[in-house]
Design a protein around this ligand. Structure first.
Ligand code: NDP
Ligand code: 2IT
Length: 452
């Protein structure tokens, strides 16, 4: 197709994507952000248009959708839906997390798999893009129910994955407990102990620092962003959303780097602790969420200086740095305007696509530091890649070794964003930088491998 302007390319391309994938709002949103960044580049590289690279990238190589039947503690039969979207294998085996949450649908799976393809390319490691999950929510389920669900889910999924084919990991609702049950069932069915899943326990093939990696990596990346303005976390006030894996370790690292973290949240509300979270309070949150599977409102009962705000998000609290670490579309335009008006000058995404498009526009117009999740949360999957390496060589590195790789990878991703995202006025467009850097790597591999 011939396009004479970036505008017509974006409109024409998105028109086709929307017509072909009706109703998939999150998928349209993720694709639209990427196409917006790539249009100028594509117009000056017509062979990429001619070879239909982008058309091929938005079409998953394979999608598996399957029934997941299981029996709850009361003896009732439950039926959930399982997904695996194998988006792109140009630069390595499919790789990406599994999400268990009641909101999971095909659109969410496809947006996450699409984002993952670019993110994994940015990590510098050989990993293709995928995502999977189910509309099953572990919240309120017993350990036995979670185990039975995981075993049923994996019994179908095992046909489609493998250590050199597709390597799932955790995401929302899938942590160490779920990975354990999934791994156990895979081992039993395949009679193979290997690196088919990442996020495993330390004594059975897991990598040091994988639980910490997304949150720590986020802070390493944000530190690089801050350094471009001669700033650091030291003495800054930080708001964080979420209270799960990413949020906990983002809070821990931000605290270690000298910041005052004043909020955490879950889907029912947020807590504001004006004194800031210290080591003891962060340990409490880990125990509350990971062992007792409690709610964040309990924090305010334990620490009365903190206040709990039900049915609200933390973006109205004054801060210098905001780290959204819960879920997609959790910052809207009005919240972005409030953040900027309150003096926030850095937003680094720990979650995938937490800012709505209008919110991103607010950050960019205000000229604050803003990084998309595919760049700033890539430390998690990067450390999954390091877990795969350790599984292949049958060695376990020390936490220090893994941390130094993680540091280097986040710094390399930041450099890639600078290389491809520097605007004429000298500012850095991290969205454009991340999208272009990821795209060029995957596109090159796709061109080299022919029409497959
Ligand atoms: P967890 O399940 O550990 O924690 C998720 C947190 O976000 C919980 O506090 C949860 O609250 C909250 N949350 C989930 N859904 C919603 C919602 N619809 N509205 C409001 N709050 C919500 O997940 P992770 O910490 O692993 O993941 C958080 C984000 O980070 C996701 O976007 C994920 O895709 C992304 N990510 C995760 C990586 C990883 O390695 N785990 C790597 C890179 C990105 P509640 O308990 O009420 O549901
Ligand atoms: O969104 C993500 O990057 C993840 N959930 C982690 C994926 C992985 O394979 O470690």
């Amino acid at each position: 197709m011939f396009y004479n302007s970036a505008e017509s390319l974006i409109q024409g391309f998105m028109g086709n994507v929307i017509a072909k994938n009706p109703g998939e709002r999150e998928f349209h949103q993720a694709v639209s952000e990427v196409v917006g960044s790539l249009a100028d580049y594509l117009l000056t590289h017509p062979h990429l248009l001619e070879r239909k690279i982008l058309e091929r990238m938005v079409e998953p190589e394979r999608i598996v959708i399957f029934r997941v039947p299981w029996v709850d503690d009361k003896g009732n039969i439950q039926v959930n839906r399982g997904f695996r979207v194998q988006m792109n294998s140009a630069i390595g085996p499919y790789k990406g997390g599994i999400r268990f949450h009641e909101s999971v649908n095909l659109s969410i799976m496809k947006f996450l798999a699409f984002e993952q393809t670019f993110k994994n390319a940015l990590t510098t490691l050989p990993m293709g893009g995928a995502k999977g999950g189910s509309d099953f929510s572990p919240r309120g389920k017993s350990d036995d129910e979670v185990m039975k669900f995981c075993q049923s889910f994996l019994t179908e999924l095992q046909r489609h994955i493998g250590k050199d084919t597709d390597v799932p990991a955790g995401d929302i609702g899938v942590g160490g407990r779920e990975i354990g049950y999934l791994f156990g069932q895979y081992k039993r069915l395949q009679n193979e102990f290997g690196g088919v899943l990442t996020g495993k326990g330390l004594n059975w093939g897991g990598s040091p620092l994988r639980p910490e990696a997304t949150g720590y990596g986020l802070c390493y990346f944000a530190s690089e962003m801050l350094a471009t303005r001669g700033e650091s976390f030291e003495g800054k006030t930080v708001t964080i959303s979420g209270a799960g894996n990413v949020a906990q370790f983002a809070a821990e690292k931000a605290f270690q780097l000298g910041a005052k973290v004043v909020t955490l949240s879950d889907s029912n509300g947020f807590i504001h602790d004006p004194d800031g979270l210290d080591e003891e309070k962060i340990e409490y949150v880990k125990e509350l969420k990971n062992i007792y599977r409690g709610r964040i409102r309990e924090y305010a009962q334990r620490y009365p200086t903190a206040k709990y705000y039900p049915n609200a998000r933390p973006w109205g609290i004054k801060c210098d740095i905001a780290l959204p670490c819960a879920t997609q579309n959790e910052i809207n335009k009005a919240e972005a305007e409030t953040l900027v008006a309150n003096g926030c000058f850095c937003v680094a995404e720990g979650a995938n696509m937490p800012s709505e498009p209008d919110a991103i526009a607010v950050f960019q117009k205000a000229g604050i530091l803003y990084s998309p999740g595919k760049a700033s949360n890539a430390g998690g999957v990067a450390t999954s890649g390091l877990e795969m390496t350790q599984n292949s060589i049958r060695l376990k590195w020390t936490p220090e070794e893994v941390d130094s790789y993680l540091h280097r990878i986040m710094s390399d991703i930041h450099s890639a964003c600078l290389l491809h995202g520097r605007e004429e006025d000298g500012s850095i467009n991290y969205v454009k930088g991340a999208n272009l850097a990821g795209f060029i790597k995957v596109a090159d591999a796709m061109l080299a491998q022919g029409l497959v």
